[in-house]
Design a protein around this ligand. Sequence first.
Ligand code: TXA
Ligand code: MG
Length: 345
Amino acid sequence: METVILEASSPEQIRAAVSRACRFLNRGQIVALPTETVYGLAACAFNPVACASVFEAKQRPAFDPLIVHVLDKTMLNQVAEVPADIADPIDRLVSEFWPGPLTLVLPKKPEVPDIVTAGLDTVAVRCSKHPVFKAVIKEIGAPIAAPSANRFGSISPTSSSAVMSELSERIPMIIDSGACSEGMESTIVRVEASGKTKPFIHILRPGPVTVEMLKKTGKVITGKQLPPVGEKLEAPGQLASHYAPRTPLQLLEKPSDFKPQEGQRYAMLSYRGQPKDGFIDLHPWHEVEILSPGSGKMPEAAVRFFFALRKLDQCGADAIIAEPVPERGVGLAIQDRLRRASAKP
Ligand code: TXA
Ligand code: MG
């Protein structure tokens, strides 16, 4: 199957691309669409056969559920049941962070096909703020299931060319709206009543909506422990090994952890490229990517992260050496992805 890339920058291009994408979706086909986090592989959420094609194109195991994207709170109520004891905090999170990079795990409505939720009784719901994605949901008039548009376990795509290198000839079209503005997948949370005013907010996957941002709504709980591969998981996609480049990646804790071997070419993924951090001058690197040059700004580092990782993966090095990133703000999400990228499958 030929994969067509449709550029969508001007309002006319957006209109044309959106209506073409909707024709595919209404026929039960799947298409790649931009969101503010990463590109997604979209299917009509209420069409189980279309959703099965998403699993097939990504080679994603059936135990790993999809995120359902909605237009607003009304559409949220078509796919999820909000329990009375967390209705207030869910309302607060929705009004503060939607549309935006926050995904809520809630009890599912029976209308959501089991294939979407991998048989779980919960569904992950997100509301993207990307104008193209919003326009598609609006025109379809129903929720869209969309995981990141990459092969299972691989690096998330933040551009149409990255989607192309992951899924070309497996999907009929990609809408190209340039680079994603966040560059990191949404934060996934589950809210639990605590019996006190503030509920527990469990972060199942760290992302652009940070611990600091969630603190005023609830007591934030982050699971630092990586779940072992294959175990039944609360966030089934949060496997220890994920987001992995093809080139082996080593995440350093400190400069002295780097032990180069004779004849090996090493590429460096640096946070801010500062000699005083002790990593950038350790070795005559084959290639270097700096996430946020100079003083180090976390959101900028997140935007460039998957792009830089993909570039180093293709530079011909034998291994990628990653400098650690401070675990504040979206740095928690970057370190989470680096740990998974470095874990052995
Ligand atoms: O930013 C994003 O969230 C992007 C864009 C395209 O929206 N989507 C994305 O989807 O990252 P995906 O499929 O690559 O990751 C979804 C994660 C997986 O780790 C999956 O296991 C988890 O969400 N998930 C889905 N449904 C769940 C549920 N009911 N309970 C817990 N985790 C769930
Ligand atoms: Mg993914």
